[in-house]
Design a protein around this ligand. Sequence first.
Ligand code: SAM
Length: 234
Amino acid sequence: MSKNWSDFWRQKNEFDNSMGVNYNHFLERVKKYVVPHKESVVLDIGSGPGNLEDAWHDKVKEIHGVDISERYNAIGREKHKDHPNVFFHDLPANDYLNFSMLREKKFDLIIVMSVLQYYRNKEEVVRLLENIRLLTKPKAQILLCDLIVQHSMLKEVFQVFWEYFRAGKFFSALSLFFRLRFSTYYDYKKDNGFLMLSQEEWKKLLAQLHLKATFLDQPLTLQKSRKNILISMD
Ligand SMILES: C[S@@+](CC[C@H](N)C(=O)[O-])C[C@H]1O[C@@H](n2cnc3c(N)ncnc32)[C@H](O)[C@@H]1O
């Protein structure tokens, strides 16, 4: 039976050690658009091993990570066991749009970073937005990051290569490329693909949901053709 992305993320994988490497790039750039503060209650959907929690736990009132990977949640909990304002919640892999564990909470900021490409279809994205808007405080922000809006794998690989090269890390890029090309990630991608919605599709979908949203004017990640959307709640 062919395996889906949830299976990939729940097992040990080639991103375990490399995911944090480019996160600083994101953190540096995201500051221009969202500013966490001492009263912020933050939700991080698809939190992985807790990169955002590592960076922001001492800047905000509370930060909640949710992920389908119990393994990543266990890593996050271990790192943050002495931080009572950091929480990791297990999302059921076969019911990952069910955020009922958070129903008592309201958030100032919700971040979905590098996750939506693993959703199955546009309808799931609509349901995600419908569900998380119920979890927001007035004036909250929702940031959808690293969205694939065009089929451009080759371009993406080249861009990442170029950024590494400029940073004097050509051999790290080469090594990452070969590890990914001959990895299970590549096989899962062949079987499942990535969810890709064009900017036009995004605009339609957001208008349909009556959400006030803008595409950010600058990239947040090394894959510069990917887009980021900031939604501002009333
Ligand atoms: C590329 S990693 C990004 C992790 C983190 N956001 C970061 O940027 O460091 C993708 C993460 O999304 C999680 N994920 C994949 N599909 C998901 C889903 N449907 N719901 C929630 N999390 C999901 C994976 O387990 C993994 O932790």
